[in-house]
Design a protein around this ligand. Structure first.
Ligand SMILES: [Zn+2]
Length: 599
């Protein structure tokens, strides 16, 4: 972390997390804290709460938690430094420039300038003599010159020197070229351009800066992959960026179209569907869903109809729904010959068509018609289940189909949806809808019983309930961990109790290395004459650690502990620590005692 601690302390002290969160969502007071519906997962009853005293937030539904900075990072989808900058602006503070914070901002500016110059270089190459073949390739794919300009497409020539020489001439260092992932090094340490012999797609973020590139080979690929993408750099995070989001965010379409690749996106934009975006060389992520949710409430998924595409579709549906977006799936019809007969591949599956092909063959109007009646995700899943069972006149197949369909329908929270799809399954099989309803109810009842059993099991095994969900943070000595958790919950935010503890307990006596770390951070603050603020301690923790800490703080929130209780915790921790460290001596003492008795 580049920013000085005193600056961050001041920033957090000047920020009120309740006020910050209220800018994004309504909060209602209930008991000692403020509650609302979680902005990070989809829910109807509030399980997201904000603690004003300790300046943190926590969702009991999805586990998200943290301080004001972490809230801003997640909700605005910002890199850490930008979130701090924004919060500083709100608090009327200036970022300390001379410190490392200034350095990283300068580096950012240099890298963005380099990317921009690289994009211009690739663009000029495409327009020049060396780019003739690449340009022809793009025109053959149906791209107009206007589209090529609009997306800033370019060409990286198949040569090891020209690009590097041009960038060095502009004053960029080899180090910068490497950091921007525009160049790599051979085993002998020689610098080489990362993209060669490829059509270049600059990736532009929502602020309009070129942050990365995708490159596609134009002929029989010598070095393997058809597409390659920049990996993450200080200015580019794959998982937070969507291709063409800079253009799509201005769209008036209302709904966004999520495609698989940048060529599909370009084809759609060219045909007038200007809200198309794609994730670049990565599976769709929750961060990308949150980015979309800032601009729209509806997403139409338009992935390939092959096995990989179907899997990716299901995953994207889940992620989008968890982020409160309504989702539909657009399925392009399979490829047909001139007589209108469906074409099959060598494995007997209908040949897939991508949006680019579809629009070229059928025109934008045909695509618009499909877009207007895409399937809801329920229809889509029911359709996928139906496809697995071809012959429904066969009794065995019919039963298997009803079982699988009912199992899916039983997971739907809405009774209306369940009723509609029960009707669909009845129609498909010719069975009475009542028998299908019964099957669904049976599955739901069984699931409820199972939940009940799980709940009871947890209730009789408190130590199991206490264990952190993250396996890497699990407690080895639960008796001590209970005391450690309560102690941490009490001293964070209470200077008197923290000072009382500090003179009596060493971090080494903790059984959990995570809780020992939090305790060490607390003591460090006391040593520097600072209050033991939980929000400030969170700045030094990893994401999974913040989750656990906010979990603990929420669990004990409002339960004020007295010095006597703190003394008890300290005693338990010390006792357990001795027991762990001297098991052999204990055994020896016990043996000795037994001997004495016998003697
Ligand atoms: Zn949540």
């Amino acid at each position: 972390m580049a920013l000085p601690q005193h600056f961050l302390d001041e920033l957090l002290a000047r920020t009120d997390i309740v006020e910050l969160v209220s800018r994004y969502m309504p909060l209602k007071r209930k008991g000692g804290s403020m509650w609302g519906c979680c902005p990070f997962h989809h829910e109807k009853t509030p399980s997201f709460h904000v603690e004003q005293d300790k300046q943190f937030y926590k969702c009991f539904g999805c586990g998200e938690g943290g301080n004001a900075i972490q809230f801003l990072i997640k909700i605005e989808n910002l890199p850490y430094i930008d979130a701090v900058r924004k919060l500083a602006e709100m608090a009327g503070m200036e970022l300390p420039e001379e410190e490392d914070g200034g350095k990283s901002r300068l580096q950012r500016q240099r890298l963005l300038a380099l990317n921009k110059d690289a994009a211009r270089y690739y663009y000029d190459t495409l327009a020049g003599e060396k780019g003739r073949e690449a340009l022809q390739y793009l025109l053959n794919r149906g791209m107009t010159p206007q589209t090529i300009v609009r997306f800033g497409l370019g060409y990286a020539e198949d040569d090891w020197d020209s690009f590097l020489t041009a960038m060095r001439k502009k004053g960029y260092t080899d180090m910068e070229l490497e950091t921007a992932k525009l160049a790599g090094r051979t085993r002998n340490g020689k610098l080489y351009p990362f993209f060669r012999g490829r059509v270049m797609f600059p990736i532009i973020d929502i602020r309009g800066d070129v942050v990365a590139f995708g490159g596609r080979v134009i002929k029989g690929d010598g070095d393997g992959r058809k597409y390659i993408n920049s990996s993450d750099t200080p200015v580019y995070s794959k998982s937070r960026t969507l291709y063409a989001m800079n253009l799509a965010k201005k769209s008036k379409a209302g709904r966004f179209i999520l495609c698989e690749g940048n060529i599909d996106v370009i084809a759609l934009h060219q045909a007038g569907f200007d809200s198309a975006v794609a994730s670049c060389g990565t599976a769709f992520t929750a961060e990308q869903a949150r980015l979309l949710s800032k601009y729209t409430s509806e997403v139409v998924i338009c992935y390939d109809a092959d096995a990989a595409g179907l899997k990716a579709t299901e995953k994207a549906i889940d992620i989008l729904k968890q982020n409160g977006l309504s989702v539909r799936v657009l399925r392009l019809p399979p490829k047909r010959d001139k007589q209108g007969k469906v074409l099959y591949d060598s494995e007997g599956r209908p040949q897939k068509v991508d949006p680019d092909d579809f629009i070229r063959q059928n025109g934008p109007e045909a695509f618009a018609r499909l877009l207007d009646k895409p399937q809801t995700d329920g229809q889509y899943r029911m359709g996928e289940i139906r496809k697995k069972y071809t012959d429904l006149t066969d009794d065995q197949t019919r039963i298997a189909y009803v079982k699988e369909a009912a199992a899916y329908i039983a997971t739907l929270p809405s009774p209306v949806e369940r009723e509609v799809f029960a009707g669909t399954a009845a129609q498909e099989t010719g069975l009475p809808v009542d028998s299908i309803r019964k099957e669904i109810d049976r599955i739901r009842a069984a699931k409820r019983r199972q939940q009940q059993r799980d709940f009871q099991k947890e209730a009789v095994q408190p130590e199991k309930q206490l264990q952190p969900k993250d396996w890497s943070l699990r407690y080895t000595d639960t008796r001590s961990a209970v005391a450690e958790e309560q102690l941490i919950a009490a001293i964070l935010g209470d200077r008197e109790l923290a000072e009382y503890t500090q003179v009596r307990l060493d971090p080494e006596q903790f059984s959990s290395s995570f809780l020992a770390k939090v305790y060490t951070l607390t003591c460090d603050r006391l040593d520097r004459d600072l209050d033991p603020d939980p929000a400030a301690c969170m700045l030094q923790l990893e994401d999974n650690e913040i989750r656990l800490l906010t979990d603990i703080l929420s669990r004990y929130e409002g339960k004020r502990q007295q010095k006597e209780q703190i003394a008890d915790h300290i005693q338990t921790i010390q006792y357990q620590s001795q027991k762990r460290n001297a098991p052999a001596d204990d055994a020896a003492l016990l043996l000795e005692a037994v001997r004495r008795k016998q003697g």
